[in-house]
Write a new protein. Structure first.
Ligand SMILES: NC(=O)c1ccc[n+]([C@@H]2O[C@H](COP(=O)([O-])OP(=O)(O)OC[C@H]3O[C@@H](n4cnc5c(N)ncnc54)[C@H](O)[C@@H]3O)[C@@H](O)[C@H]2O)c1
Length: 379
């Protein structure tokens, strides 16, 4: 395994998740590269203190430019959305490869600017979206590609949270337009819902969006209240052309979905069969069969991840596993691309083009809500 020095800019929730995955890289059986976390930049000294437990760290800094001046080859950036454009462009200008967090810029203009710079740089850039790396999602993709579903009838893809239903939950940057963006919940969760449909070539021809803002203020954590001005829930009713037919595809992202703590799901139904997976039942694949009677067949999947690990095949997967699988995908693909080697055929991270496409869809969704009409999209 070739060692690759990695830096993290933004050491919060996701920075720590990445650090933990790098620290147990030996779990992977055949990764061609081993990321070694040597530098972390975060504005908070408290956050930086947490990283003192990582033995490979050489640099902890509050100035991300110092990290970019170090000898890291790859940078994972996990900062609020208003900072994506500047920091991603700085990473590219410093000659480093980038694993960007979604939504890849605060809006479509930012995403396009990052895309243009990434293409011009020739550096390896991908965008985070980990759920498709779960065995259940891989099986859903296989079933769809097999053609066994017949003529497709409908597609439902989504990601639901519920903690915002608590009105006493304090405000944070994800609930404020100036940090999270006009697209609100779509910026937080939308790439997760769009990644697999886009990878299957399902780009909507039209979108009619229903966006909801429920609570307009939240406790500010200092005894007062603060404006909570982002969209909470977004249901995008889209139409996508598959095999010459228009198929309804619903993309749902919600922060207020009762009972759903962190539920990613995808359901695709056809005339001959169907598939359904949800992280609510992380090891279970549902396959719809149409025989004399119709029924859902339920299969326990085990640990059949796209990037093989030491973990026993009968065990269950979870969030840290799919996040690590995504990182394995990033480092394998980077290794293959950099060495001019053919693709392994395994599932790979969202591309800058897919991230830009998600922004185009979210911008059209905003337009649809403003106008109350169906908005057309061209790709
Ligand atoms: N892939 C996923 O499942 C997933 C989940 C949550 C969040 N995210 C994405 O990850 C990114 C970060 O989200 P989070 O939940 O980790 O946020 P967070 O608030 O937990 O962490 C962000 C960190 O960035 C730091 N920061 C802010 N400005 C900085 C600067 N100029 N230089 C260095 N550090 C700075 C903050 O101090 C904070 O520690 C966002 O783009 C978000 O959409 C992805």
């Amino acid at each position: 395994m070739k060692q690759v020095k990695v830096g993290i800019i933004g050491g919060g929730l996701m920075g720590k998740e990445a650090a933990s995955a790098f620290a147990r890289w030996f779990v992977l059986n055949d990764s061609p590269a081993q990321p070694v976390l040597t530098a972390v930049a975060d504005l908070s000294e408290d956050v930086l203190k947490w990283y003192k437990r990582v033995s490979t760290i050489e640099l902890l800094t509050t100035d991300y430019h110092a990290l970019l001046a170090s000898d890291v080859e790859v940078v994972y950036v996990a900062v609020p959305h208003n900072l994506h454009q500047q920091i991603y462009l700085d990473v590219l200008a410093a000659g480093k490869d980038l694993l960007a967090e979604k939504p890849f810029g605060i809006d479509a203009d930012a995403a396009n600017a990052i895309y243009t710079a990434a293409e011009a740089s020739g550096q390896f850039v991908r965008c985070s979206s980990e759920f498709p790396f779960l065995p259940g999602v891989q099986r859903v993709i296989q079933e769809i590609k097999s053609g066994k579903l017949g003529t497709l009838l409908e597609i439902k893809s989504g990601f639901h949270h519920s903690s915002d239903l608590d009105p006493t939950k304090a405000i944070n940057w994800k609930r404020q337009v100036k940090f999270c963006g006009q697209i609100g919940v779509m910026g937080d969760l939308g790439m997760h819902a769009a990644h697999v449909p886009f990878r299957l070539g399902w780009y909507p021809d039209t979108v009619y969006a229903q966006l909801q803002k429920i609570y307009t203020e939240r406790p500010d954590g200092k005894g007062g209240m603060a404006a909570c001005d982002t969209w909470d829930n977004a249901v995008l009713h889209t139409a996508v052309t598959i095999d010459g037919r228009s198929v309804p595809m619903t993309l749902e992202t919600k922060r207020m979905a009762p009972t759903e703590t962190n539920t990613w799901f995808l359901e695709v139904l056809g005339t001959e069969g169907g598939v359904r997976f949800s992280t609510k039942e992380p090891k279970t694949l549902y396959v719809y069969k149409r025989e004399k009677e119709q029924y859902w067949q339920k299969t326990d999947l085990g640990f059949a991840t796209p990037y093989p690990t030491i973990t026993g095949g009968i065990f269950e997967v979870g969030f840290p596993d799919c996040f690590m699988q995504m990182l394995a995908g990033y480092f394998e693909e980077r290794h293959l691309v950099k060495n001019g080697l053919p693709s392994s055929g395994r599932f790979t991270c969202a591309t800058p083009a897919e991230a830009v496409a998600s922004h185009k869809l979210f911008a059209a969704a905003l337009q649809s809500t403003e106008s109350g009409t169906v908005v057309g999209l061209e790709w």
